[in-house]
Structure formats: structure tokens, C-alpha cells
Write a protein that binds this ligand. Structure first.
Ligand code: NAD
Ligand code: MN
Length: 505
């Protein structure tokens, strides 16, 4: 079994005291690799390395083009290793090989995008016009890195989340300490090995595995950390924001969702049915922007649900590495229990279970954490299963009478991450999308994100955006420069307010 090490200050090191623990495969419960458990001292060493690399190293002063070259080299090496990365990700997370293969492909492409974007963040001055009063001057802004970034990521898209944090932080000249989730550290630890081959100055990238409560809290409160970038649950996001206030760190949060999926009366069912299944059940529903609240026109409801359930029941559950498998296990035994508890809650709240609703443990599924794709109808939006993020293969279906009611239900949520509208009339779909209080709305699709498009949440789904120019900007401070062009004392009469021109002569 492979044993991994922490990556701190450009060196691979064991955790202080040598503590490590295995990471497990949720398909069969077997240990896959040994992962170090960072202590507080290890996390402090990683922060110190990142601090030193930022304050004294070459990285922040390099041009964006120079940084971009190293980031693109990382992207190329990730591309060469794409198949390995996908396989490790499947083993550790239970994601089907189709999903983790797509993730590995997208991850290297996104890293390349961040390398390309780096060039644009090369302290190019942005001139401000019309600022010459009261005397002549030249005024402009530049964008500079924030400093040391600490990034904490979840277990559902481990490799991609690592890239979403590393790419913009590095592209804009920051240094970083990255902490993967405890259930799925493998791809990030493997990525550290790839990072090490690319020529980053020591301490620019530090990757440490360890418990979120302990290590996460240190990263969140440490005075030498300037920014915290977090993806995970809204509950932990709130805790991080509160703790970061002690040192007023810059905070970006990508948190939970309960995304509404509105099928309009004139939707094309050929795409809307498969699309709604894709929206809610991709990666066993463990996607932050999953379309977990399906809103159907009352008169079409039964027919739509019937066709959807027939398809859902036909999807094969199995080994994530088998290309025929469509539904893998959820990430861990404890997460399976959480999801099953929500299913019980849905039953006691009075929703109607139309498929799934239990663990699948027949035959070779016995050692895995499988949950049958589950659909509840007769859900009302005030039920716990409609309000809280379940983060598993559980869909809540609701009926609406008219579009206004659909929008009202859609927006009745503390979350505002994703949303979708299905209609053959694009203008009509756009009008509905315009009324939805969410950071992304898909029209006749779902889950498709682009590295060029800002992604993030309204309301309690988050703060800030990732991807695009907006995403890069989140990793910069803006410096305003005023350069005097009045030059002589006579041209600067505003000093007279305090110091007469003939004072003490
Ligand atoms: P989580 O909040 O439990 O954990 C996320 C990370 O935070 C892990 O690395 C964990 O170790 C760490 N952590 C835990 N407690 C901490 C603390 N007190 N201080 C600092 N760090 C701490 O979330 P999860 O269960 O790993 O992931 C699922 C959640 O992530 C879902 O809510 C999902 O919606 C959300 N998510 C959001 C996005 C997005 O972009 N909006 C993407 C993926 C996942
Ligand atoms: Mn695992």
C-alpha cells in the first residue's frame, strides 16, 4: 500500500510524530493508501513556509507570464497522468470512472486556463481618468496578490476542487496551503507529487491532510494567513467566517445548495426527463448545485414522474471502476447513515416514496455504501427534506399551478446556488431564470460549468465567485496609485490650508 507524505516548503515530510491513517474505498471498505495526519505543528510549518515564500521568495514578484508558464507545465503533467488521477479518485471517492475521468480531463484543462489567465494579472496598470483635481496627477490601479491563502475543500470533487483553489491563487501570485477532505485526500496528495516536478519555488504550494476541525481551525484563525477559500457545507462555512473575523481575513465561501429545477409546460421531455435525472442523481446526488427540488406542472406531474422513475430504476449500481456502472456508492458509511436518516424523515413528514428509499446491499454491493436512487412526491416546500441539503440520491418533487407559483417555491430557500428551467420557448425560460435568486441558472441543461464563467452562490450558498475574471479578482487586493504631476509648490495651493508658503522663512 502506497504511503503518502505532507508537502511543506517544497519537501515531502511525514507528519510530526509519524501519525498516518488509511483512506478507504467506499465500494468495498478496503484501505487504499496511507495518508499522513497533520498535527497543529505541521500546519504551522506549512503556514510558515507559505509566509516565507510570499514575503521573501521570488513568486509574487514574477511576471504573470512567468507564473503562467509553471502553472501550464502543471496542467500538462496532469494531462499525462489523467488516467491515474481518475482511477485514484474513483477508488477514494466512489465516483464512477465516467465521472472521475471527466473530472480529471476538466481539471487539467481548468489548470491550463488559470495559467493562461495569470498573464493578465501581471500588475498591468488600469488608468483612471478624470482624476486630475485639484492639481495635475496620474492615477491608476494595479491588482496584487493577497498573500498567504489557506484553502479547505470537500470530498465530492476532490481533484477539481484542488484545481479551483490552486489555480487562481497561484495565477495571481499568492502562496497557498491546501487541505483536502479527510474522506478523499488521495488525489490532492498525488497532485502534490506532480506539483513538485513543475518548478514552483519552495513554499509556494503546500498540501497537508488532516482533521478539518483541528487543522481547519488553525488555518482559519492564524494571523499569518491572509485569505481563506472554503468549499463545503454552509454550516462549516459559517463557522469559518466567524472565526476568520478575528483577523479580518478575506473570505470566499462556496457552500451548500437545494437547487430548484423548474420544468415548464412546453418543455421537451426528451431532454427534460433525462436532464432532470442527470441534475439530481449525477455522482449519487453529491453535487453542491444538484437539482434536488423538481417543480412540475400539476397536470403533467404523474406522467413525468412515471417516466422518470422507470428510467431511474434501470440504472445499474456497481463497482465504480466498471464502465457499465451508472450509480456508485456514496462517499462513506457515516454519510450513508445521514442520507438514510433524511429518507426516514421524508417518510414521517408525509411525503410519498415512489422509488428507492433504502440501502442497496445485494450480492457484490454488500460491502459498499449504496443507496437506491430515491424519489419523493407530495413534497411541500416547508418539509425538512425540501429545505435542507441531503447531499445524496434523493429527489423531492413538487407540483405547481402557474409560473409565479413555481418561482415562489424555487426562491423559498436559504440557498441560492444553482437552478434550472426547461422550456422550448427560450424567451419564456429566460424570463423565469431572471426571477430566480441563484448564482447559476441552466436553461435546458444542468451541471455544465465553464472555467470562463463565474460560479458561486446567492444567499447562504456562499460569498464570492470562482472561475472567470471575477474568480481571479477574488485572489487580489487592489492598490490605488496617485502620481503627482503638479510638481512645483506654487501648483499645490492645498498645502496652504495647513502650511503657509512663507512659513518660518
Ligand atoms: P464539510 O463542510 O463537512 O467539509 C469541508 C471541508 O472542511 C473538509 O476539508 C473538512 O475537513 C473541513 N472542515 C470541517 N470542519 C471544519 C472546521 N470547523 N473548520 C475548518 N474546516 C473544517 O463539507 P463536506 O461534507 O466535505 O462536503 C459537502 C458539502 O460541500 C455540501 O454542503 C456541498 O454542498 C458543499 N459543496 C459546495 C460546493 C460549491 O462550490 N458550492 C462544491 C462542492 C461541495
Ligand atoms: Mn475514501
Amino acid at each position: 500500500m502506497d504511503t503518502y507524505q505532507l508537502y511543506i516548503g517544497g519537501k515531502f515530510v511525514d507528519a510530526e510524530g509519524g501519525e498516518s491513517k488509511p483512506t478507504f474505498n467506499p465500494w468495498n471498505g478496503e484501505a487504499i493508501a496511507n495518508i499522513p495526519v497533520a498535527s497543529i505543528a505541521d500546519a504551522e510549518a506549512a503556514i510558515a513556509a507559505a509566509r516565507d515564500a510570499f514575503d521573501n521568495g521570488p513568486w509574487p514578484a514574477m511576471t504573470g507570464a512567468e507564473r503562467g508558464e509553471i502553472i501550464c507545465a502543471l496542467s500538462s503533467k496532469m494531462k499525462e497522468r489523467m488516467k491515474d488521477l481518475a482511477r485514484l479518485e474513483s477508488l477514494d471517492s466512489g465516483g464512477t470512472i465516467a465521472k472521475t475521468g471527466a473530472d480529471a480531463f476538466l481539471a487539467q484543462r481548468q489548470m491550463n486556463y488559470f495559467g493562461t489567465m495569470a498573464e493578465k494579472f501581471n500588475s498591468e496598470p488600469k488608468e483612471i481618468e478624470g482624476m486630475s483635481r485639484p492639481g495635475r496627477s496620474y492615477n491608476y490601479t494595479i491588482r496584487e496578490p493577497i498573500g498567504v491563502c489557506a484553502s479547505i475543500i470537500p470530498w465530492n470533487f476532490p481533484l477539481m476542487m484542488a484545481v479551483w483553489k490552486l489555480g487562481p491563487a497561484l495565477g495571481t501570485g499568492n502562496t497557498i496551503v491546501l487541505k483536502p477532505a479527510s474522506d478523499t485526500p488521495l488525489s490532492a496528495m498525488e497532485l502534490a507529487r506532480i506539483v513538485d516536478e513543475c518548478g514552483f519555488p519552495p513554499g509556494v504550494v503546500n498540501i497537508i491532510s488532516g482533521p478539518g476541525g483541528k487543522i481547519g481551525e488553525l488555518l482559519t484563525t492564524h494571523p499569518d494567513v491572509d485569505k481563506i477559500a472554503f468549499t463545503g457545507s454552509t454550516e462549516v462555512g459559517k463557522d469559518i467566517m466567524a472565526k476568520a473575523s478575528g483577523t479580518l481575513k478575506k473570505v470566499t465561501l462556496e457552500c451548500g445548495g437545494k437547487s430548484p429545477n423548474i420544468v415548464l409546460h412546453d418543455a421537451d421531455w426528451d431532454i427534460a426527463i433525462d436532464g432532470s435525472i442527470f441534475a439530481s442523481f449525477y455522482h449519487q446526488g453529491q453535487v453542491c448545485e444538484s437539482g434536488t427540488r423538481l417543480l412540475l406542472p400539476a397536470d403533467q406531474h404523474d406522467d413525468f414522474v412515471g417516466q422518470m422513475v422507470a428510467k431511474l430504476n434501470s440504472l445499474p449500481l456497481g463497482d465504480p471502476l466498471d464502465p457499465a456502472t451508472k450509480i456508485g456508492p456514496v462517499v462513506s458509511g457515516s454519510h450513508m447513515s445521514t442520507v438514510l436518516d433524511y429518507i426516514e424523515k421524508g417518510k414521517t413528514e408525509g411525503a410519498t416514496l415512489v422509488c428507492g428509499g433504502e440501502r442497496a446491499a445485494d450480492g457484490d454491493l454488500a460491502n459498499g455504501y449504496f443507496i437506491k436512487p430515491t424519489v419523493f412526491t407530495d413534497v411541500t416546500n416547508d418539509m425538512v427534506i425540501a429545505q435542507e441539503e441531503i447531499f445524496g440520491p434523493v429527489l423531492c418533487v413538487m407540483k405547481y399551478q402557474d409560473e409565479d407559483e413555481a418561482v415562489k417555491i424555487a426562491n423559498d430557500s436559504i440557498f441560492g446556488l444553482g437552478g434550472g428551467v426547461w422550456s422550448e420557448d427560450i424567451d419564456r425560460a429566460r424570463a423565469v431564470a431572471g426571477k430566480m435568486r441563484t448564482g447559476t441558472v441552466w436553461i435546458n441543461d444542468w451541471h455544465l460549468l465553464s472555467e470562463q464563467m463565474p460560479f458561486g452562490g446567492y444567499k447562504q450558498s456562499g460569498i464570492g465567485r470562482e472561475f472567470g475574471e471575477e474568480g481571479m479578482n477574488e485572489y487580489t487586493e487592489v492598490k490605488a496609485l496617485h502620481v503627482d504631476d503638479a510638481k512645483t509648490r506654487e501648483n499645490k495651493p492645498w498645502y496652504d490650508m495647513l502650511v503657509p508658503q512663507d512659513a518660518a522663512e
